[in-house]
Design a protein around this ligand. Structure first.
Ligand code: SF4
Ligand code: SF4
Length: 255
């Protein structure tokens, strides 16, 4: 095997010249050195810098705290009773968030808490300048976590070739029972959801049961009645029930 000095002898260049050639070659290449903190680094928009909390969305369901592999999320909450909004209605209960904290000295930035949150209350922010002299100061309470929301970039645009989300398709449908065709129909084009008038089916006299007939939609006219012809005497009166047949011998008793 050829040692260093013998190898240099083989090239015919003294070591000092080789060093100068290497220096000149690298001096002409573009540099990759980041001049931080004078120049801010150009980070990808979805960088995992810090976790931001949108407190209004949090329902204290504890899913994130249970799934965190480091157990570095601390949540306290209590239940609050909301009075009924209508007469005879029920009181409701909801969770009120008292404390939400993340200890970033333990967090390993896996993103599981953000993935499992069913209410989009946690978001990644690319902000990373929150180093502290005291490690205890890396415990961020909910006010500080909420402040990071201002640094969360907007969500990326949807892929143009992706299928329309089911929620948007459902929002475009007309309300049930209106008979409107499609969201862009004649009634929908005006922006207002026009409702067809409801017609109450007439009830049969004395029965309380709806009379048979076409299902009322407001557009089907009632069946036309046949005109009555002839003299009043010739028209049978259906409203007067026929008299029951006389009992045998009744005439004799009254005569
Ligand atoms: S990113 Fe991972 S380790 Fe950090 S708080 Fe969320 S679940 Fe826990
Ligand atoms: S941040 Fe999300 S997962 Fe965690 S308690 Fe709040 S709603 Fe539940």
């Amino acid at each position: 095997m050829v040692s260093g000095p013998e190898h240099e002898k083989g090239t015919g260049l003294p070591g000092i010249l080789k060093g100068l050639v290497t220096t000149a070659r690298t001096a002409l290449r573009p540099t990759h050195t980041a001049e931080y903190p004078d120049v801010a680094p150009d980070l990808p928009p979805r960088s995992r810098g810090v976790i931001a909390l949108l407190e209004e969305n949090c329902t204290s369901c504890m899913l994130c705290a249970r799934e965190c592999p480091d157990w570095c999320i601390y949540i306290d909450s209590h239940k609050e009773t909301i009075p009924a909004t209508t007469e005879g209605g029920r009181e409701r209960q909801r969770n009120v968030l008292d404390r939400f904290a993340i200890d970033f000295s333990l967090c390993m930035y896996c993103g599981i808490c953000i993935e499992v949150c069913p209410f989009d209350a946690l978001h990644w922010s690319p902000q990373f300048e929150y180093s502290e002299v005291d490690i205890l100061d890396l415990l961020h309470e909910k006010d500080r976590l909420g402040g990071w929301m201002a640094t969360v970039p907007p969500p990326p645009a949807l892929d143009e070739r992706s299928a329309e989300p089911a929620e948007i398709a459902a929002a475009g449908k007309p309300p049930r029972g209106t008979g409107l065709v499609g969201a862009g129909g004649a009634a929908g084009a005006g922006g207002a959801s026009a409702r067809m008038p409801r017609t109450v089916r007439p009830r049969a006299a004395g029965t309380g049961v709806a009379a048979p007939g076409p299902q009322a939609t407001g557009s089907v006219p009632p069946p036309a009645r046949e005109p009555v012809t002839g003299t009043p005497e010739s028209v049978p009166d259906d409203s007067v029930p026929p008299a029951p047949p006389a009992a045998p011998g009744a005439d004799e008793g009254t005569a």
